[in-house]
Design a protein around this ligand. Structure first.
Ligand SMILES: Cc1cc2nc3c(=O)[nH]c(=O)nc-3n(C[C@H](O)[C@H](O)[C@H](O)COP(=O)(O)OP(=O)(O)OC[C@H]3O[C@@H](n4cnc5c(N)ncnc54)[C@H](O)[C@@H]3O)c2cc1C
Length: 559
């Protein structure tokens, strides 16, 4: 076998006639790619931004555009002084709870993880400032917005780190969709050339350096050189079935990530011989199973499960997780294993609610066809109470259980044959009675629903009729109709890949940067390990390390 016979994703420069050349090539126009391109262009580089899909944005365009920035300008302006070491301890605990060791110089993390967390603390706020100065974003500070984890003692600050992307006049929250358009405009203003419909399939190497890429567009291949470097910002591998099967826990089903994230960089990195890290830790959140299995491109995760008279039951009719807990943690909880029955008892959870929730959590006037059709925009807060194909209805509880059982039977080939336990109806009735009693008492003695600050922010709004002490709970009606949505533990995307340093340089097997190769966002290993410290924890680092990679590659081009 020749060198190039099987290494199709790594091509020697001697075999490649370049069509064109830039200072910096960025692969993927999403949360990491736009800031990378803008950072490089601002530093004076001639930049090419290659996007696989026909339109830019990736998963970022589906997102709420929240981003998590420690020690940010808004916090400082409000007099909050964040202690670097305390924050690193908090993040280390989130990232590797089982390895956490406050006496270890790296806090029980891998040294590279510790280095990246430190770099993030040191540079994140400055990069946000640079992006703002460039006119690419208008950051919105939310001083009272809580982190997802506020119960751990290491989190001394606990709020103010989640930020949003506003319109230039500061009046509107653009979300990922609107911000994508703004990033496109910033790129154009800085002379970044954006080419869509380009799938980067291979890197070009020369003397151990990455010097270009091969990008497929239809039948054609574009061969493009990069003097300063190639920055991968191509998202994770959530849509690559083989990689998901190889690396993700067996309890994970489905994704809401953009269709383009198919693990191209993992495959390239593998051929480059780069060690992979964090492949087993996706960003998790419940997903409406049926939309996930149908590969519905408009699908969104259930970030905020609607309703007070709503609960999740497993196939035994039991409540097993606080329905309002942060979505990633709910996803982790769904991976519980039963060693005697050889099953994941919580593989699927059934979001059960009554007519009250269906009515009160709908927009005024009900769901319009357009709203249902554009459900990604509608549902970035995860309100799956609308009348879509995921909604199961029963006039009585018995009807609902029968309808649920029929749906599960139809889905059996894709869920390992999961069915309701024969005791489901009896257990569900008992569970509902217990839930109703807890709701009336105002305290969820079983699962502590409504007791953390983030639950109050996401769900605390009291809806008419609920005068009970805990606004997040209300007894389910004893009359139908009832509704259910089948949930799986799905992903926002994955976050494993080769590791990088504080400049976004990809690190080779000997621990040195591989010259000319950079990565940011979900295509490289996350310093957050298994954790999800707060809203925006995926986009924050993608933007910050994307920008830093862009700057570094631009400097390299001009050296
Ligand atoms: C519904 C939803 C809401 C979310 N809300 C938030 C939120 O508010 N805050 C938060 O922090 N996170 C959120 N996320 C997660 C967040 O969107 C992603 O983690 C983030 O966008 C990842 O950034 P990225 O740059 O790595 O990938 P992306 O933003 O997905 O960008 C990657 C791009 O690379 C392209 N690409 C892939 N392969 C190639 C190739 N070979 N050649 C060229 N281009 C390629 C893809 O098509 C894509 O456009 C949300 C996710 C979803 C699904």
């Amino acid at each position: 076998m020749t060198e190039t016979g099987w290494r199709t994703r790594v091509r020697p420069a001697a075999d490649v006639d370049l069509d064109d050349s830039f200072d910096v090539i960025v692969v993927g126009a999403g949360a990491a790619g736009f800031p990378a391109a803008i950072g490089a262009a601002r530093a004076g580089a001639r930049v090419l931004l290659l996007e696989k899909a026909d339109a830019p944005g990736g998963s970022f365009a589906k997102s709420l555009g929240g981003f998590w920035i420690p020690d940010n300008a808004g916090m400082r302006g409000g007099g909050v002084r964040e202690d670097r070491e305390a924050t690193l301890r908090f993040l280390a605990r989130c990232a590797r709870p089982a390895g956490h060791d406050p006496r270890d110089p790296h806090l029980g993390l891998e040294p590279w993880e510790h280095e990246l967390l430190g770099a993030y603390f040191d540079h994140a706020a400055a990069v946000v400032g640079e992006l703002e100065e460039t006119g690419a974003i208008t950051p919105g500070y939310l001083p009272d917005s809580p982190d997802y984890q506020t119960r751990v003692p290491e989190n001394r600050v606990g709020k103010g780190r989640t930020m949003v992307m506003l319109s230039a006049d500061g009046r509107e929250n653009l979300g990922g969709h609107g911000q994508t358009q703004r990033f496109v405009e910033s790129c154009a203003a800085l002379g970044v050339e954006l080419r869509c419909g380009r799938e980067v399939e291979a890197v070009v190497v020369e003397d151990g350096r990455v010097v270009g890429v091969l990008a497929r567009t239809g039948e054609r291949e574009e061969r493009i050189g990069a003097r300063g470097g190639v920055i991968f910002a191509s998202g994770g591998f959530a849509h690559a079935r083989d990689l998901c099967r190889a690396f993700l826990p067996g309890s994970v089903i489905g994704t809401a990530a953009a269709p383009g994230v198919e693990g191209n960089f993992v495959r390239i990195a593998t051929e480059l011989g780069l060690p992979l890290h964090g492949m087993q830790y996706p960003w998790l959140a419940p997903l409406p199973l049926e939309l996930a299995l149908a590969d519905d491109p408009g699908i969104s995760n259930v970030f905020v499960s609607p309703g007070d008279s709503m609960l999740y039951l497993n196939r035994y009719g039991r409540r097993v997780v606080n329905e309002k807990a942060p979505y990633h943690e709910v996803g982790l909880a769904m991976g519980r294993w039963d060693p005697l029955r050889l099953e994941y008892p919580d593989l699927l959870l059934f979001m059960l609610f009554d007519e009250r929730v269906h009515r009160l959590w709908a927009p005024p006037g009900g769901w319009s066809d357009a709203q249902v059709a554009s459900r990604w925009a509608l549902d970035t807060m995860g309100n799956y109470a609308y009348d879509g194909p995921q909604l199961i209805r029963g006039e009585t509880l018995e009807d609902l259980v029968a309808a649920l059982a029929a749906r599960l039977a139809a889905l059996a080939s894709q869920t390992g044959g999961l069915q309701l336990d024969p005791g489901f109806s009896v257990a569900a009735r008992a569970q509902i009675e217990r839930f109703n009693a807890l709701a009336r008492s105002g305290r969820d003695a079983d699962l502590a629903r409504g007791e953390t600050p983030i639950e109050q922010v996401f769900f605390g709004e009291r809806r008419p009729g609920n005068e009970l002490p805990n606004p997040l709970m209300y007894p389910l009606s004893d009359r139908g109709p009832y509704f259910a949505v089948i949930l799986s533990a799905g992903t926002l995307d994955t976050r494993g890949g080769p590791r990088t340093d504080a400049h976004g340089r990809v690190i080779g097997p000997a621990g040195d940067p591989l010259p000319g190769l950079y990565g940011a966002g979900n295509c490289v290993a996350s310093m957050f390990g298994q954790g999800y410290p707060g809203g925006g924890a995926t986009i924050g680092p993608a933007m910050v390390f994307g920008w830093r990679a862009g700057e570094h590659a631009a400097r390299r081009a001009s050296a």
